[in-house]
Design a protein around this ligand. Sequence first.
Ligand code: ZN
Length: 275
Amino acid sequence: MEPEKVVQITPLIRRITAGNGSVFTGPGTNTYLVGNEEVTVIDPGPAMEKHIDIIIKNAKNIKQILVTHTHPDHSPGTRLLIEKLEIPSYGMITTSTKNQDTTFKPRRILKDGELIEEKEFTLEVVHTPGHASNHLCFVLKEEKYLFSGDHIMSGSTVVIGPPDGNMKQYIESLEKLKKHDVDKIAPGHGDILDNPHQVADWIISHRLEREKKVFEALKDVSRGTPDSLVEKVYADVDSSLFPIAKASLLAHLIKLEEDQVIRREGEDYIYDTVS
Ligand SMILES: [Zn+2]
């Protein structure tokens, strides 16, 4: 593993990637330091002492912590930073307990559209449910950067795992982000992305294409579950990834049910032929 280094992205933004790289986290979780005189930390990452020490060493004056969501690779470092610096953290919480960091206790729950106004910059809070119900993105107004957390990642497809994850909301949140005036995306994993609006459009069309496959597969057999449909819908994906694919498939089925295109009976999803 490479030593963690600080990358200056813009005059206001620095990035430190935590040493937790894996299949799920890509090169590792990105922690962003925003501001120079007074620093706001976005996503302290997992509870890794070494990573937290590097953050503290490089940000002399940390004022507060913002958290995009409470998955274990994004927020647990908050507790360590707070213990050392006695600073507040802000974000949203969720009632879901599966795969969640329950140690995250924000001083205040952030609201959609709220502005966090600092001396050097302003961040706008955008609630973007989909990957997680409590997912937030942040827009840095001065530099037109979108901190996208896990809503948009670089180099991999975002996992939408029901019940906390929701495909319909995920797509709606992408549409919502397109209303913001941003030039670049700073994701929770991977490198900076250009053309945010094109990226959002691409993800939406990619998801709808998959949704079409799910719909066609169910139409063929009339009744199915993620288990029975996965092989057909994800024929292009290695079978070792089927457990994750099944979560996404369920998310698509739930969306189709919400769109009233199909219906559900217990575990089974059903396509009724119109006579
Ligand atoms: Zn996540």
